[in-house]
Design a protein around this ligand. Structure first.
Ligand code: GLN
Length: 195
């Protein structure tokens, strides 16, 4: 199984290292052709405005197709902003893959970055979570399952094959969240094979 990492901007290398650490192969994705033969795609943290400016007119059109087809997608931080159905202060969502509203930079400025431990439903206890100018989830649609909260605010969620986190699992040595996404991708692969 090969998992792609959208490589337009942000912490691409860190996600590739985490995938390796979780026992999976990763590949950088920049063009629609790079999506061939992948089992899932990670949208990394970075700057969502920069990533969307680089992606519109190119890879984003193909990603909208992935969203329609239920292809496994995992967005961390800026990647979560790109996957949300609504972004506060913006008229249009970017990719609209998961029925949540997000507020950008809700955890504060760069200097307010922090680490904490979270229990993540279905993944495990005491996971180190790094928040850097993190978006918070301010609305959760009926089909969305919240997997983790920080001080009562949802910070990780899933809907179908789409997984999002406000924080950066790729900046820790803990492979559990990448493995969890790998399991989503594997389940999807089996469903496709059966149909
Ligand atoms: N604040 C950034 C954005 O909204 C995300 C920051 C990050 O990915 N660490 O794009």
């Amino acid at each position: 199984m090969v998992i792609g990492v959208l490589g337009l901007q942000g912490d691409v290398r860190e996600h590739l290292a985490s995938l390796r650490c979780a026992g999976m192969e990763g590949r950088v994705v920049r063009t629609p052709a790079d999506l061939a033969e992948l089992s899932g795609l990670i949208l990394p943290g970075g700057e969502s405005t920069a990533i969307s400016l680089l992606g519109e007119g190119g890879i984003f059109a193909a990603l909208r197709g992935c969203v329609r087809d239920g292809f496994p997608l995992f967005g961390t931080c800026a990647g979560m902003v790109l996957l949300a159905a609504e972004v506060e202060g913006r008229d249009e969502p970017h990719l609209g893959a998961i029925d949540i509203t997000v507020a950008r930079n809700a955890s504060g400025r760069q200097v307010d970055s922090f680490e904490t431990e979270l229990d993540v439903d279905g993944v495990g206890k005491k996971l180190c979570a790094v928040f850097i100018r993190a978006p918070f989830i301010t609305r959760v649609g009926p089909g969305v399952r919240v997997l983790a909260e920080h001080e009562g605010v949802p910070v990780m969620a899933e809907q179908g094959n789409v997984l999002v986190a406000s924080f950066h699992p790729e900046l820790t040595e803990d492979p559990r969240i990448h493995r969890y996404f790998g399991a989503i991708a594997e389940r999807h692969e089996q469903e496709v094979r059966r149909s």
